[in-house]
Design a protein around this ligand. Structure first.
Ligand code: HEC
Length: 170
């Protein structure tokens, strides 16, 4: 009798360990559900679409964009710029740097931010087929967009006539 009791207790213990392990695995998978960041390597060697400079004091809506920004497109996106139809695999980068001014010369300084759009129509149907990501300064590991790109797309959808891409390559 005593042996049997010990056995059932052991079985119970083993069962609770399995349950604890299963719960731990589940919560881990929920925690890791956020997709891994995709930083566009060597984007400065892609095609340069254009550059803009917003010098301080900028209007309140534009202060976040103060500096010098460059837009770069990979090969696939270059084709999209011509047709307004961006194929899967297209990538466009908006790189914001400090704008320094000295003796009438404006030149770029440190990197402030990198915004990235990657086209994958099956996965990102709710944001026009684009994945939106944001990286601060020189960080390449942490994507600062946590709302699946909804807030980025709210504005970018105004460019719907050109595949949700504002800039033009002409
Ligand atoms: C309030 C409107 C607005 C919001 C919000 C916005 N963007 Fe943009 N974005 C623009 C405009 C306008 C341009 C074009 C800038 C230029 O041509 O100099 C642009 C350009 C870009 C580009 C270059 C491709 C293009 O459309 O010309 C990328 C990449 C980009 N944004 C990513 C993002 C990401 C990522 C977010 C969210 C974290 C975001 N944007 C939020 C207005 C917005």
């Amino acid at each position: 009798m005593a042996i049997r009791n010990r056995k059932t207790r052991l079985i119970h213990l083993r069962r609770s360990i399995y349950v604890i392990l299963a719960v731990a695995a589940l919560s881990l998978s929920v925690l890791c559900a956020e997709e891994a960041a995709q930083f566009p390597e060597n984007f400065r060697r892609w095609v340069h679409v254009g550059t803009g400079v917003i010098m301080p004091p900028a209007s309140p809506q534009m202060t976040s964009e103060e500096g010098m920004h460059h837009i770069f497109a990979n090969e696939k996106a270059v084709e999209g710029y011509a047709t307004g139809n961006f194929a899967d695999g297209s990538m466009v980068v908006y790189e914001l740097r400090e704008a320094k001014q000295q003796n009438g010369i404006i030149f770029e300084g440190d990197r402030k931010r990198v915004d990235v759009m990657i086209k994958d129509s099956a996965h990102y149907a709710s944001t026009g087929g684009w994945r939106f990501q944001r990286f601060w300064k020189d960080d390449q590991a942490q994507n600062a967009v946590h709302d699946n790109g909804t807030s980025c797309f709210q504005c970018h959808q105004k460019a719907n006539a050109h595949g949700f891409v504002f800039s033009q390559l002409k």
